[in-house]
Write a protein that binds this ligand. Structure first.
Ligand SMILES: Cc1cc2nc3c(=O)[nH]c(=O)nc-3n(C[C@H](O)[C@H](O)[C@H](O)COP(=O)(O)OP(=O)(O)OC[C@H]3O[C@@H](n4cnc5c(N)ncnc54)[C@H](O)[C@@H]3O)c2cc1C
Length: 443
């Protein structure tokens, strides 16, 4: 939708085709958080930030395993893209700005009306902008003439155009493609929180036209005990240990970075340890989508998703966790709680909660929630899709999850993915329009 609006604003005649019954895809289901630097809202709060600082942070976080030119273009244009959404009517407010990342700089702009408001606002602008829309229409193929993309094929019917922007999202709902391109996300029992239309059609489009594909095994997974199979972000007050019985992370660390911490643990799993008081009377969690209330915990225990033991030693035995280490870890953690500070992992004092009397309980945490995928059509800084030799394929542009090359192995922080879709979508739409105008004589 961002690409369509930019292209039509630049004078192109645009047809927007969507496989879904309604527009919006994953964006409409999302929290609508947008990661951006040097924004009006940051300035309102007196926060000094620059695209350069965001670039340096992202490159360092990803150990330079990113496409510098694409990422730099993205950093330079996130503020413009966010302001554009705001000017269209999406409500982003300074009091909802935070730093849900590890940069410490508040760049996570949360939409008051969540992703639904982002999608609905963009959708509302399509008709006035003259964009024609076809829903329930799944593109099966790109039309190619002498190496130039010149249309799409739907149900055997061909629609010709001077340029095509592929923005068909990722492949989170397609287990076969996950096994091939993001095997670590296709764990036993995992679930995808996005729409069923995330089938990864862009990969087949790209393969058929000789596009390069990039970003294998990248995306975002979150830890979960599978209590409710929703977007259940564990509460920050849990005590998390690995199979060695040791803590390995600040339990409240932003989700953008704990993926790699999990990768380094035995069997890629951890255990959230609760005492009886917390189990029966859990504090409210500040995290969104958390389902750790007393009813959910009790029914999960009944269903065998939570283990229990009268003593920590018994619990450790059931979990195959080192007993002595677990007992020692709990004792040390309780000392930190009593002192009101966590010198081991620096968890905020308000999230420190003692492990008191038994019986004890444990939920096994694995990286089961799949949020999005990042393997797709390799784009350059102008959102042009590249062939395997690094040349742009004439007439073909891509943005969002359908593209590859912008997102690194590590998520920048909340809002990185919508910022990708909207920022690179705008760039793709703008450039597709100017390409088609410069090739206006072509059929
Ligand atoms: C519950 C949830 C919460 C999230 N929260 C956030 C957040 O707060 N911030 C953030 O940055 N990210 C968040 N994400 C991730 C983010 O929403 C997505 O990565 C991003 O919106 C993807 O945008 P997109 O335009 O690439 O794809 P989508 O928004 O999924 O759009 C792709 C569209 O393409 C259509 N399509 C697919 N195949 C075809 C085809 N063959 N022909 C025609 N149309 C096709 C689909 O129907 C869909 O409408 C969240 C994701 C989920 C699921």
């Amino acid at each position: 939708m961002s690409a369509a609006l930019m292209a039509s604003g630049a004078g192109a005649k645009v047809l927007l085709v969507d496989a879904g019954a309604r527009l919006g895809g994953a964006t409409a289901l999302s929290a609508g958080c947008f990661y951006a630097s040097n924004t009006r809202l940051q300035k309102e709060l007196g926060i000094e930030d620059t695209p350069e600082a965001m670039y340096t942070y992202g490159m360092a976080l990803n150990r330079y395993r990113m496409e510098p030119s694409v990422f730099r273009r993205f950093c330079d244009e996130t503020a413009g893209a966010l302001h554009w959404l705001m000017d269209l009517g999406v409500e982003y407010r300074a009091d909802m700005l935070d730093a849900n990342d590890v940069s410490g700089v508040p760049r996570c702009h949360w939409a008051a009306g969540r992703g639904e408001s982002v999608a609905a606002t963009l959708e509302g602008r399509l008709e006035p902008a003259g964009v024609q829309v076809a829903t329930n229409t799944r593109v099966r193929k790109l039309v190619v003439d002498n190496g130039t993309v010149s249309g799409i094929e739907v149900e055997g019917e061909i629609f010709r155009s001077k340029a095509v922007v592929v923005s068909s999202g990722g492949f989170g709902a397609n287990d076969e493609l996950l096994s091939k391109h993001y095997p670590s996300a296709n764990t036993k029992g995992h679930w995808y929180i996005g729409p069923p239309t995330s089938q990864g059609d862009s990969l087949a489009f790209g393969e058929a036209v000789g596009a390069d594909l990039t970003g294998a095994n990248r995306g975002l997974q979150l830890m979960s005990p599978g209590l409710a199979r929703t977007l259940e972000m564990p509460p920050p007050w849990i005590l998390l240990v690995n199979a060695l019985g040791r803590r390995f992370m600040k339990e409240s660390v932003p989700y953008c970075v704990y993926n790699s911490l999990f990768e380094a643990q035995p069997d890629r799993k951890a255990f959230a340890i609760l005492d009886h008081e917390t189990f029966t009377n859990p504090p409210r969690s500040p995290n969104p989508g958390t389902d750790w209330n007393a009813d959910v915990l009790a029914s999960s225990l009944k269903a065998g998703r939570i283990a229990t033991g009268a003593t920590l030693e018994e619990l450790a035995g059931k979990l195959a966790v080192r007993r002595e280490a677990l007992v020692q870890t709990v004792a040390r953690y309780n000392e930190h709680v009593a002192a009101g500070e966590d010198p081991d992992f620096f968890k905020q004092p308000e999230h420190l909660r003692a492990i008191g009397e038994g019986p004890y309980y444990a939920a096994t945490m694995t990286m089961q929630i799949l949020c999005f995928t990042s393997y797709g059509l390799r784009i350059d800084r102008d959102a042009r899709v590249q062939d395997k030799a690094g040349r742009p394929i004439p007439g073909l542009y891509a943005a969002g999850e359908a593209s590859g090359g912008l997102m690194g192995e590590v998520y920048l922080g909340s809002g990185n993915s919508i910022a990708n879709a909207v920022t690179m979508g705008r760039i793709a739409g703008r450039n597709a329009a100017s390409y088609s105008q410069s090739n206006a004589t072509r059929a």
